[in-house]
Design a protein around this ligand. Structure first.
Ligand SMILES: *[C@@H]1O[C@H](CO)[C@@H](O)[C@H](O)[C@H]1NC(C)=O
Length: 148
C-alpha cells in the first residue's frame, strides 16, 4: 500500500515536471465537464463549475510523456488548456484531476473520466490560435445514477 502511494506520487511529480511554462502557446484544447455525462446522448446533465482536469500527452512511438498541464472549468463547465508547440502530433488525453467539486455528484464513471483529444480539425480559434476539442464530454455521476 505504502509502495503504491509512493509510486503514484513519483508518477505525478514526473508528469508535473513536464508542465510547460513557456509563453510560446500555439493553440488550446477545450471540452466540457458535466454531472451524469451519460444523459442526453452523452452530452450530459448540468455543467460542473471549478472541476479540475489535466491534459497529458505522450509521444506516439516511445510513449514518453511530452506535456502535462492542469485546467479548471468555468461557470458553464468548459475548460480551455494552452498547448505547447508540437503536441498536435502526440497522443493527448484529458483526465479528471482530484475530486469533483460537487459533494452530490462525485462518483467516477468508468470511461467518462478521461477523453482523447481530437487534433484532426480545429473547432475554432481562441486568441488567434487554433482551438481543438476533446473527443468526449467527461464528468462525475450522482450516487445511484444509472450512468455507466
Ligand atoms: C478512470 O476510472 C477507471 C475506473 O474507475 C480507473 O480504473 C481509471 O484509472 C480512471 N482513469 C483516470 C485517468 O483517472
Amino acid at each position: 500500500m505504502a509502495t503504491a502511494v509512493i509510486a503514484i506520487a513519483l508518477c505525478m511529480s514526473s508528469l508535473l515536471s513536464l508542465t510547460y511554462a513557456g509563453a510560446n502557446i500555439n493553440g488550446y484544447v477545450t471540452g466540457k465537464v458535466v454531472c451524469n455525462p451519460c444523459a442526453k446522448k452523452g452530452k450530459g446533465g448540468a455543467p460542473i463549475k471549478s472541476a479540475q482536469m489535466m491534459i497529458i500527452c505522450f509521444d506516439k512511438k516511445t510513449n514518453a510523456g511530452t506535456y502535462a498541464r492542469k485546467g479548471i472549468t468555468d461557470d458553464v463547465g468548459v475548460y480551455k488548456i494552452a498547448m505547447k508547440p508540437g503536441i498536435e502530433k502526440d497522443d493527448c488525453e484529458v483526465r479528471l484531476h482530484k475530486n469533483s467539486p460537487l459533494p452530490d455528484c462525485r462518483e467516477i464513471v468508468p470511461g467518462k473520466n478521461v477523453t482523447k483529444v481530437d487534433f484532426s480539425t480545429p473547432v475554432g480559434t481562441s486568441n488567434n490560435k487554433p482551438l481543438y476539442s476533446a473527443a468526449k464530454v467527461i464528468g462525475y455521476k450522482t450516487k445511484g445514477s444509472r450512468c455507466h
